[in-house]
Ligand binder design. Structure first.
Ligand SMILES: Nc1ncnc2c1ncn2[C@@H]1O[C@H](COP(=O)(O)OP(=O)(O)OP(=O)(O)O)[C@@H](O)[C@H]1O
Ligand SMILES: [Mg+2]
Length: 579
């Protein structure tokens, strides 16, 4: 029930359409009730010799009733088509709404949640499972209500002619409900397992696409094929179990119907012979019977379709329910701060998994406009520490302060708008180079983009590309070298022009000459901005005011490069080793 409420919530905005569709359903049901009558009147006229008119008027009457028959059927078809069209269109609009909601959810999830998810599974849910909402609206709601309505109105009409016969017709309904009750939950559960298995297959394909160079380079095609085979086998088994239940269910339903039909025919014939029913009325009865079984049959089919769709909808609702979006902090959100920002780590500890701390009581400060290089061995926690500043991660204990206020007092949005970020792994969107550079700023001009590219020493290589700044990058388009991507990321950060600069090894993939050129720009950029930069290369480290050395999540050395040089610690060893 709760699930249905959530599902229908996506159609609430279209309530006018929904109401209109229900109105059409009512009218078309009324017309459907009338459908067998013209034929019944004709038959009764032919089989009642008492009425016995001459042939000419009889033929005229038949022609008249035949025209009425065509008109009634035509009207019913027309109303049905209009109703269907309305329901389908509304269903599609609901689907679009669900997709928007899922995508919105996706944009708002935390990095930790994303790291814990399988991309393929998320994609499957966002694209395929969302269809379930449309199915449930169309089949679940309208077919169900339409069939129920037909069932009730026909029962009322039949009752007026022959209550005992009506009871026989209705006797199948409890049997059918019993069958549905038995098979419904089973089919639902199996459909859920089958969808999860399909999502697993999608995830594996996605992983293989992403890791193809690795797979081919290490010639692991057979291993991957075997892994895929077992995943596909699992999915096959799950789907097979689901469809097997459906097939058995439909067969059982057919048998229940057959028993019901046989009962009606036998009983109806007796009533006619006993003179309790005219042949015409028996025809109406039989026609209703066929029409009654149609909605019942629909309901039974709907049972399996709905079970399948509910499992899909469940998988989507599960995502939407785990809403870890930020509740904006109470009180006023501070406006963007002036360029000079102080940043303070106060005893910050953090663990991805409980009991395995990655940061341990980290404390240090960045003065306004200061540039600090964060160095330390791989796995020391440098990237983790950097990710705390835009609040991608939140400290377990301790706190970060920006301009003296706790980071948690700023909304993530306000915070991120004031941070320019260069990630360790350069991310590019599948669009043009110019759009990639201008990504962080709305309506960046071409001149601004080119200036940023110049500063990141990217302008020259961009100009050599076939379409220059309009070259498409990313999936299926121009591939860039790692160093080129890194320079585009830098240009993007340059253009954003934010008071806080966070750089995770911004020059690691550059040759010495490029690095020198980028560093010159970086020095200019760092003027008047608070900068935290993870770095390994000495030339880069020498560009900063102070160095913080992190080892196993602890701050082990802090000082100017010159101070640390004389202390003989990690930094001095680094200096020594690299000359
Ligand atoms: N998403 C994550 N889930 C669990 N553990 C993680 C996650 N990201 C990083 N870690 C672990 O946290 C520790 C610190 O990782 P981090 O990326 O901060 O190191 P780093 O200092 O940036 O290293 P590098 O110089 O290699 O980039 C590592 O032991 C790593 O395995
Ligand atoms: Mg790192």
């Amino acid at each position: 029930m709760r699930q249905w409420r959530q599902i229908l919530g996506f159609f609430r905005a279209d309530w006018v359409h929904v109401a209109a569709a229900f109105g059409l359903l009512l009218v078309s049901t009324a017309v459907a009730l009338f459908k067998p009558w013209p034929l019944a009147w004709v038959v009764d006229r032919l089989t009642q010799p008492a009425a016995g008119p001459e042939v000419g008027s009889g033929v005229r009457a038949v022609v008249k009733w035949a025209s009425v028959l065509v008109a009634v059927h035509g009207l019913h078809a027309l109303l049905g088509a209009a109703q269907q069209a309305l329901v389908i269109h509304t269903g599609l609009r609901g689907l679009a709404r669900v997709r928007r909601a899922v995508f919105g959810w996706l944009l708002g999830i935390s990095l930790r949640r994303l790291q814990g998810a399988q991309a393929g599974d998320l994609i499957y849910r966002a694209t395929w499972d969302t269809h379930a909402f449309q199915t449930l609206f169309q089949q679940g709601l309208f077919t169900f209500v339409g069939a129920s309505l037909m069932l009730v109105t026909m029962t009322v009409v039949m009752w007026r002619f022959n209550p005992p016969l009506t009871l026989v017709a209705l006797a199948t309904v409890p049997g059918l409900l019993l069958v549905m009750k038995f098979f419904g939950p089973r089919m639902n559960q199996r459909a859920g397992l089958a969808q999860a298995a399909d999502a697993g297959v999608a995830a594996l394909v996605q992983q293989a696409v992403a890791n193809l160079p690795l797979i081919q380079g290490f010639t692991r095609e057979r291993t991957e094929a075997a892994r895929f085979e077992s995943e596909v086998d699992g999915a096959l088994g799950a789907r097979w179990r689901q469809h097997r239940a459906e097939v058995v269910y439909l067969a059982v339903v057919a048998v229940v119907f057959a028993i019901g039909t046989a009962g009606i025919v036998a009983m109806g014939a007796r009533e006619v012979l006993a003179g309790n029913l005219t042949v015409g009325h028996l025809l109406v009865f039989l026609a209703y019977l066929a029409q009654l079984y149609e909605p019942l049959n629909q309901l039974s089919h709907v049972g399996s379709t709905v079970a399948n769709a509910r499992a899909g909808a469940q998988r989507v609702l599960e995502l939407l329910r785990e809403d870890d979006r930020e509740i904006p902090p109470a009180g006023s959100v501070p406006p963007p701060f002036p360029s000079a920002a102080t940043l303070e780590f106060d005893s910050v500890s953090f663990a991805y998994t409980a009991g395995q701390p990655v940061l341990r009581e980290v404390s240090f400060q960045l003065a306004a406009g200061e540039a600090i290089a964060l160095i330390g061995p791989s796995g020391a926690g440098k990237t983790t520490l950097l990710q705390m500043i835009p609040r991608f991660l939140e400290p377990d204990t301790g706190s970060l302060r920006l301009n003296g206020r706790k980071l948690s007092e700023y909304s993530r949005r306000a915070l991120r708008e004031n941070v320019a970020l260069v990630l360790q792994e350069s991310l590019l969107l599948p669009t043009t180079i110019a759009e990639n550079i201008g990504y962080g700023r709305d309506h960046a001009t071409r001149a601004e983009i080119e200036a940023a590219a110049q500063a990141a020493n990217a302008h020259d290589f961009i100009q050599r590309l076939p379409q220059g700044y309009d070259t498409l990058v990313g999936d299926g388009a121009a591939r860039l070298s790692v160093g080129e991507k890194q320079r585009l990321s830098l240009a993007r950060a340059f253009l954003k022009d934010a008071p806080i600069l966070l750089l995770d090894e911004p020059t690691s993939a550059l040759d010495t000459e490029s690095e020198a050129l980028v560093l010159a720009s970086l020095r200019r950029l760092m003027q008047g901005r608070t900068t935290l930069m993870v770095a390994h290369r000495l030339a880069t480290i020498r560009a900063v005011d102070r160095v913080v050395v992190l080892n196993e999540g602890r701050v082990v050395e802090v000082g100017t490069p010159i101070q640390l040089q004389t202390q003989g610690g990690y930094f001095a060893r680094l200096n020594h080793a690299r000359g």
